[in-house]
Design a protein around this ligand. Structure first.
Ligand SMILES: NC(=O)c1ccc[n+]([C@@H]2O[C@H](COP(=O)([O-])OP(=O)(O)OC[C@H]3O[C@@H](n4cnc5c(N)ncnc54)[C@H](O)[C@@H]3O)[C@@H](O)[C@H]2O)c1
Length: 270
C-alpha cells in the first residue's frame, strides 16, 4: 500500500537526537514513503546522532545555520539536486534562546541574546521561505510546517523571550502564507505542541512541574512527540491541501481549557 507521502520530497530541520520532535517526523515521513534531506546547525552536527538517523532513513545530511542566507541557499539548491526535483514539504523545528538557556528572566534580558533568540527561533522561518521562493524551490501545493508553543498567546513566565520569538514565528506564518499561497499555492502553518521532553524543552525552567501541570489541564493529556510527527505527516500530505496560514493546536485540549477538575482539587480546602 502506498504511504501518505509516497513520491514527496522534503527538508527536515532540527533533528538533534532521538528525543527531538524532528527525529520522529523523519522516522514517520520515511515510513510514509517520503524522501528527504536532513539539516541542522553545523554545531549540532558535532554530536553525530543525525548521521544515525540519515542511515536509518536513507537520507543525506546538509548542514545549515538557519540564520545564514548563504547556508539556506546552498541547502535548497543541493536538496533539489539530491532529491531530483522541487521540494514538497519543509519542517521548521528550530528553537533556541541564549537568555532562557542562561537563566535571564524576561525583565532582565541581554539584548544581543534577544536578537539571537528572535533570529534563530522566529526570523529563520522567514529566511527559509524567502530563500525557497527566490529559488522557486517549492512545488505547487507544497507544505511548510513550523513548530510553536502556546506561550505565543498566553504568558508562561519561564518561557522568557521565546514567547516573543514564537509570536513572530506565527505572524510570519500568516504573512508569508498569504504571499506564497497567492504566488505558488504553497501553504504555511504552525503546529502548537504540548510540552514535550526534548533538549530544547528541558531548557525551560521548572519543566518537569510544568509538564505535570499541562498533563492535568488537558482533557486528553499531553500530546507526545510521535503524535506530533503524525500530525506533521498529515499536514505534509494532500489530505490537508486547503489548510494554510493557521496556528494548529496539538495539545490534548489544553488551549481551550480554563481549569480542570484535577487542578481545582489541588486548591480545595478540607
Ligand atoms: N519540547 C517542547 O516542549 C516543545 C513544545 C512546543 C514546541 N516546541 C518546538 O519544537 C521545535 C523542536 O524542538 P524540540 O523540542 O524537538 O527540541 P530539540 O532541541 O531537539 O530541537 C531544537 C533544534 O533547533 C536546532 N537549532 C538551534 N539553533 C539552530 C540554528 N541556528 N540553525 C539551525 N538549527 C538550529 C537545534 O540544533 C535542535 O536540533 C522547536 O521550535 C521548539 O520550540 C517544543
Amino acid at each position: 500500500m502506498a504511504g501518505l507521502l509516497t513520491g514527496k520530497r522534503g527538508i527536515i530541520f532540527g533533528a538533534l537526537n532521538d528525543m527531538s520532535i524532528a527525529w520522529k517526523v523523519a522516522e514517520r515521513a520515511h515510513e510514509e514513503g517520503a524522501s528527504f534531506v536532513l539539516t541542522n546547525a553545523p554545531v549540532a552536527m558535532r554530536m553525530g546522532a543525525i548521521n544515525d538517523l540519515a542511515d536509518k532513513t536513507g537520507s543525506e545530511v546538509i548542514p545549515a545555520d538557519a540564520t545564514s542566507n548563504e547556508d539556506l541557499e546552498n541547502l535548497f539548491v543541493k536538496s533539489q539536486e539530491i532529491l531530483g526535483g522541487k521540494i514538497d514539504f519543509v519542517l521548521h523545528s528550530i528553537g533556541m534562546s541564549p537568555n532562557v538557556r542562561k537563566g535571564k528572566s524576561y525583565t532582565e534580558l541581554n539584548y544581543d541574546w534577544y536578537h539571537k533568540t528572535l533570529d534563530i527561533s522566529g526570523m529563520s522561518l522567514h529566511r527559509t521561505l524567502q530563500t525557497a521562493k527566490k529559488l522557486d524551490a517549492l512545488s505547487e501545493w507544497g507544505s511548510v510546517v513550523a513548530l510553536t508553543y502556546i506561550a505565543a498567546q498566553r504568558i508562561f513566565p519561564d518561557y522568557g523571550d521565546m514567547a516573543d520569538a514564537k509570536s513572530l514565528l506565527e505572524s510570519i506564518t500568516r504573512s508569508f502564507g498569504y504571499h506564497y499561497g497567492k504566488a505558488k499555492k504553497v501553504r504555511v502553518n504552525t503546529i502548537s505542541q504540548s510540552p514535550t521532553i526534548t533538549t530544547a524543552g528541558s531548557g525551560v525552567g521548572g519543566f518537569d512541574a510544568f509538564i505535570n501541570f499541562s498533563e492535568s489541564m488537558s482533557p486528553l493529556g499531553n500530546a507526545g512527540a510521535v503524535d506530533c510527527a503524525n500530525y506533521c505527516v498529515a499536514m505534509f500530505s494532500d489530505l490537508t491541501k486547503y489548510v494554510t496560514m493557521q496556528n494548529l493546536f496539538h495539545d490534548g485540549g489544553f488551549s481551550s481549557t480554563g481549569v480542570s477538575a484535577a487542578v481545582m482539587d489541588k486548591f480545595k480546602e478540607d
